[in-house]
Design a protein around this ligand. Structure first.
Ligand code: C5P
Length: 227
């Protein structure tokens, strides 16, 4: 299980300072919408220059028509990121087209499909998707698997279910982790580290519990020791 730290801070300086603080740790760094829209490719290059072993996950959750998604996937691959994601609800045609396009690239990044955002509760999810989270997340995951993707983003509560429905090797990345019972913030389906470990996801994502802490390095080390 790998730890992926979300770089969701308000300025590039704060994101880079956090990366410098964590530079000796064996972690992935997640660059999301806020940071990428603001600081783009420059941020990715700066992160790699802090530690070339940092693995980068570009979390832009793309959703568009198939051809536009394949073009975007190719552009993301050219940025040299190690992993990116798209929305499974964009459909099998779009997902397959993305994977076809990446098959032409040497060392393509890992591609994950977002199933259900961890900020949804059952009621608000059903209003949009017309089904329960576990049913729909499992269906989205099967479609992503059939389309050749490497795994999914899901809540910790669907991780094993999805692996049982696909294969153990189909990756799961689970946000909404509050390692030692910190504030849930806007997340709905959260779990602590002890629960997360039982569900065996391949990656856990932790943002605010690390970067809002007075000792980000201490919290990171404690999580890594407990993985
Ligand atoms: O601060 P926190 O630990 O809640 O951060 C979780 C990160 O994971 C955020 O960057 C959020 O955008 C991202 N994420 C999520 N739920 C998903 C997919 C991504 O919370 N389903």
């Amino acid at each position: 299980m790998k730890l992926c730290v979300a770089l969701d801070l308000p300025t590039i300086k704060e994101n880079l300072d956090l990366a410098k603080t964590l530079k000796s740790e064996d972690i992935w760094l997640k660059v999301g919408l806020r940071s990428y829209i603001r600081d783009g490719k420059y941020l990715l290059e700066e992160l790699k220059s802090i530690n070339s072993n940092f693995k980068l996950f570009l979390d832009l959750k793309i959703y568009d028509i198939p051809n536009t998604m394949a073009d975007a996937a190719e552009s993301m691959s050219n940025l040299g990121v190690d992993m990116f994601n798209l929305h499974a609800s964009s459909g099998k045609k779009a997902m397959s087209m993305v994977m076809d396009r990446l098959s032409e690239i040497e060392n393509p990044p890992i591609v994950l499909a977002v199933t259900a955002l961890t900020s949804f509760d059952e009621v608000s999810f059903r209003e949009i998707y017309g089904d329960s989270i576990d049913k729909k997340a499992t269906k989205f995951a099967s479609e992503a698997y059939e389309s050749g993707l490497n795994g999914v983003v899901c809540s910790i509560f669907e991780s094993q279910l999805i692996k049982n429905n696909t294969t153990e090797n189909f990756l799961t990345l689970t946000p909404g982790i509050r390692p030692f019972g910190e504030s849930t913030d806007d997340q709905q389906r959260v779990a602590n580290l002890a629960t997360a470990k039982k569900e065996m996801p391949d990656f856990i994502v932790v943002g605010r519990p690390i970067y809002q802490s007075s000792d980000p390095l201490g919290v990171t080390k404690k999580i890594l020791e407990n993985l």
